[in-house]
Write a protein that binds this ligand. Structure first.
Ligand SMILES: *[C@@H]1O[C@H](CO)[C@@H](O)[C@H](O)[C@H]1NC(C)=O
Ligand SMILES: *[C@@H]1O[C@H](CO)[C@@H](O)[C@H](O)[C@H]1NC(C)=O
Ligand SMILES: *[C@@H]1O[C@H](CO)[C@@H](O)[C@H](O)[C@H]1NC(C)=O
Ligand SMILES: *[C@@H]1O[C@H](CO)[C@@H](O)[C@H](O)[C@H]1NC(C)=O
Ligand SMILES: *[C@@H]1O[C@H](CO)[C@@H](O)[C@H](O)[C@H]1NC(C)=O
Ligand SMILES: *[C@@H]1O[C@H](CO)[C@@H](O)[C@H](O)[C@H]1NC(C)=O
Ligand SMILES: *[C@@H]1O[C@H](CO)[C@@H](O)[C@H](O)[C@H]1NC(C)=O
Ligand SMILES: *[C@@H]1O[C@H](CO)[C@@H](O)[C@H](O)[C@H]1NC(C)=O
Ligand SMILES: *[C@@H]1O[C@H](CO)[C@@H](O)[C@H](O)[C@H]1NC(C)=O
Ligand SMILES: *[C@@H]1O[C@H](CO)[C@@H](O)[C@H](O)[C@H]1NC(C)=O
Ligand SMILES: *[C@@H]1O[C@H](CO)[C@@H](O)[C@H](O)[C@H]1NC(C)=O
Ligand SMILES: *[C@@H]1O[C@H](CO)[C@@H](O)[C@H](O)[C@H]1NC(C)=O
Length: 532
């Protein structure tokens, strides 16, 4: 009879042992989620999670991100089963350069509401199993995900916030996106999406923030944007769509931030935006808008940023513009505006760029091309400028001494003066650039535009990378940056045939497997002759 007793004792001991494990394990992450985390860690190469520590206790599981917010964080809800069971409700791993693919095991985190994997280098696509997630926020911004728009995402109907910005997704946006009726914020920007926007987008009537910039869409900006009348932010920059801007846009009365640029195709007069009483940012750049600038814009007292550059606007700058006291940046560059340059513009202590227009001159017209932060390079009608009054470029640097004429010009853009192969490259280190005309000795530049959304108060218009190593690296370590347009002028050049050499090096995007390698550049170069 000794044996059963011993067995009973053992059983009791085991029971007590398990009980004690159970008790000491109370308030811990559910075991199924711990094993899911192990699979997830393996799939994306996350090696610094310490599985000896309970993920819900924080510790090594929540480490700060030096760039923005927490780098990696786990948030648990431990109110399950009367406070004895924890589940992950939020998981973020941002800016850690993790590669690999998105594992399906995320669906084992049954209570996950927020997932943020921004700024890694994860490739592949979103697994179809994810359709069972009940996420509220999903941020996959800044990775290398590719292929068509992931169909699984269209089933996560709980989503309020979805960002797949800055990946390599391509092809059309599926009509299924219309199922995501709870969406408040959607960013599809900076991918390679194409085709027409599906009309199903009009079902997303809770959208507050819609961003579809930098894609290869076709067709017009659809009229149905007007059904998205809760929108506060709408960004359609460089998305390859066709004009004109639909007049229906006037119904988006709650907009605070409207950005449309680089529309192809037909132009139109300016849509009626007079109902947008809360606009802080208005960018309608290069949208083939013709006709006059409506005077109500000057009465939009909330405007901080106004960009109507590179349109075909005519007529005078409305006098109401003198009311735009809050606007830190006004860009009317590259239009066909006439009349005289209003005096209040010159008295503003803020950036105004009215370069490349057709203004007329009178006795009170400014004689310099730059006054304070007002850039007026080539702002007068060419007829006026050449025939009756000397160009201010010419006046500032009169080339009347024949020794100043030359056959060659070399500039070290953004850098110091340097000699390469026996040729001197001119120093180009002027720090301003939002609405700037710089005139050096026989050359100059006109720069327009500030960088938005970079969380930097004072923009830097020179990029530097001291660790560039290549022949003549002193020409490449620095570069001039410009947000809208940059023109270099070679003045006092003698007539003849010239060879123009532009030296490029990528000094910001890295060529490795980190998120700093994500990005691409597209730019136009024009070479023109103007006879001053
Ligand atoms: C939870 O606790 C309450 C009161 O403490 C109790 O009435 C209830 O039965 C418990 N439920 C479970 C699932 O343990
Ligand atoms: C990721 O890469 C960037 C540069 O490419 C680097 O600055 C950053 O420290 C890296 N982050 C981690 C967590 O390694
Ligand atoms: C993802 O990256 C790995 C390693 O760099 C590569 O072998 C694989 O082909 C990539 N997959 C896709 C879909 O790009
Ligand atoms: C998704 O949920 C459905 C319904 O609950 C279920 O039938 C299916 O097996 C689930 N899919 C996965 C991959 O878990
Ligand atoms: C969406 O997420 C971003 C980043 O976490 C946040 O800044 C934004 O406020 C969210 N938007 C909405 C509508 O919840
Ligand atoms: C954009 O789409 C057009 C067709 O609509 C195509 O011809 C063009 O090559 C695409 N451009 C890019 C950069 O993918
Ligand atoms: C604008 O916002 C207000 C308050 O946030 C809201 O009541 C209204 O429905 C919104 N839409 C329009 C079109 O005014
Ligand atoms: C205006 O947009 C068109 C179409 O996207 C583009 O080809 C052109 O270069 C842009 N012009 C300027 C001045 O940015
Ligand atoms: C805008 O003006 C340019 C040059 O003056 C002209 O080539 C272009 O056709 C005009 N576009 C529209 C839409 O009026
Ligand atoms: C300097 O001369 C070398 C050798 O002829 C040539 O390879 C290099 O491109 C030149 N550099 C510049 C900036 O012209
Ligand atoms: C410039 O080049 C063209 C074509 O090569 C030639 O016909 C012309 O004479 C050259 N002009 C000068 C001033 O050298
Ligand atoms: C500078 O350039 C080097 C070489 O291209 C690159 O490895 C490095 O990441 C760059 N540094 C920064 C801060 O961009």
């Amino acid at each position: 009879m000794a044996a059963p007793l011993a067995r009973l004792k053992l059983l009791l001991a085991l029971l007590i042992f398990f009980l004690s494990i159970f008790i000491s394990n109370s308030q811990q992450l559910h075991y199924s989620e711990v094993s899911a985390l192990r699979r997830i860690a393996k799939a994306i190469g996350k090696t610094n999670w310490d599985f000896n520590v309970d993920p819900c206790t924080g510790g090594s599981w929540t480490v700060p991100d030096p760039v923005k917010g927490p780098g990696s964080a786990v948030v648990c809800d431990c109110s399950f089963a009367n406070g004895s069971e924890c589940h992950i409700i939020s998981l973020s791993i941002k800016g850690e350069n993790l590669s690999g693919v998105l594992p399906w095991q995320f669906i084992r985190l049954k209570h996950l509401q927020q997932l943020d994997l921004s700024r890694n280098v994860i490739n592949g696509t979103v697994p179809s199993e994810w359709s069972n997630l009940t996420l509220i926020g999903l941020h996959l911004m800044g990775n290398r995900l590719s292929g068509p728009f992931p169909e699984a995402l269209t089933s996560i109907t709980t989503l309020k916030n979805l960002s797949i910005e800055g990946n390599r997704f391509s092809g059309p946006i599926p009509a299924g996106i219309g199922k995501l009726v709870n969406l408040e914020a959607l960013s599809l920007s900076a991918n390679e999406f194409s085709g027409k926007l599906p009309s199903a987008l009009s079902k997303l009537t809770n959208l507050i923030d819609l961003r579809i910039s930098s894609n290869n869409f076709s067709g017009k900006i659809p009229d149905f944007v007007m059904s998205l009348n809760q929108l506060k932010k709408l960004h359609i920059q460089g998305s390859s769509m066709e004009g004109p801007i639909p007049s229906a846009i006037s119904q988006l009365a709650n907009l605070t931030d409207l950005r449309i640029s680089d529309l192809r195709g037909k132009g139109s007069v300016m849509s009626d935006l007079s109902g947008m009483k809360s606009l802080r940012t208005m960018m309608l750049r290069n949208c083939s808008i013709h006709g006059n600038i409506p005077s109500y814009i000057g009465n939009m007292k909330t405007l901080k940023y106004l960009d109507l550059s590179f349109n075909n606007l005519t007529g005078e700058i409305p006098s109401t513009f003198s009311n735009l006291g809050k606007a830190d940046f006004i860009y009317l560059t590259g239009n066909m505006l006439t009349g005289t340059i209003p005096n209040w513009i010159l008295k503003r202590n803020k950036n105004v760029d009215i370069s490349y227009n057709n203004f007329e001159m009178d006795n009170s017209s400014p004689t310099e091309c730059l006054q304070g932060s007002v850039n007026m390079a080539e702002s007068y009608s060419p007829a006026v400028d050449i025939s009756t009054v000397p160009s201010c470029l010419k006046r500032t640097f009169p080339c009347n001494d024949h020794k100043q004429y030359r056959y060659s010009l070399h500039i070290n853009c953004g850098g110091k003066s340097t000699v390469v192969n026996g040729t001197r490259y001119e120093q180009d280190t002027e720090e301003r650039g939002a609405s700037m005309l710089f005139l050096g000795s026989g050359w100059g530049f006109s720069s327009t535009g500030n960088f938005m959304d970079n969380d930097i108060d004072s923009d830097n218009y020179i990029a530097s990378n001291a660790s560039i190593s290549m022949p003549n690296s002193q020409l490449y370590k620095n570069a001039r940056l410009s947000a809208i347009s940059l023109t270099y002028y070679g003045l006092c050049m003698l007539n003849g045939n010239y060879t123009v050499k532009l030296h490029f090096a990528e000094i910001i995007f890295t060529d490795d497997n980190t998120f700093s390698s994500l990005g691409q550049r597209l730019f136009n170069v024009y070479i023109q002759v103007i006879n001053l």
